[in-house]
Ligand binder design. Structure first.
Ligand SMILES: [Zn+2]
Ligand SMILES: [Zn+2]
Length: 115
């Protein structure tokens, strides 16, 4: 097995996360697991910043609530928006329920910080 980024090097193992073969130079061990350089960076990032719910600044139509929820649950923000639109059509209470839910999320979810 050869390293993914250098066919001249022999790999010592495969990355736990992406499954690429890595040579000793690219291999990073975190908590006893082997990662390639790219995945090691992501894993360390995730440990430093645990997943939190934020309103998106980049993916927003009103207040970034849908974009933020989408990011948190790892789904497309369009799907979240469709869900919100469908909620509006709940007989009788739909509009106010959705409206209040959105306002509530707007108030309680902090806005994401762009560094
Ligand atoms: Zn990897
Ligand atoms: Zn390599």
């Amino acid at each position: 097995m050869k390293c993914y980024d250098d066919p001249k090097r022999e790999a010592v193992g495969v990355c736990t996360r992406c499954g690429k073969a890595v040579c000793p130079e690219d291999a990073v061990v975190i908590n006893g697991k082997l990662y390639c350089k790219e995945c090691a960076k992501k894993v360390m990032d995730e440990e430093k910043h645990p997943k939190k719910l934020y309103r998106s600044r980049t993916d927003r139509m009103i207040a970034g609530v849908c974009g933020g929820l989408a990011k948190y649950f790892n789904i497309d923000s369009t799907i979240v928006r469709i869900i919100f639109v469908l909620l509006i059509f709940i007989p009788r209470v739909g509009f106010w329920f959705t409206f209040l839910l959105y306002i509530l999320l707007w108030l309680i979810i902090p806005e994401e910080n762009l560094l």
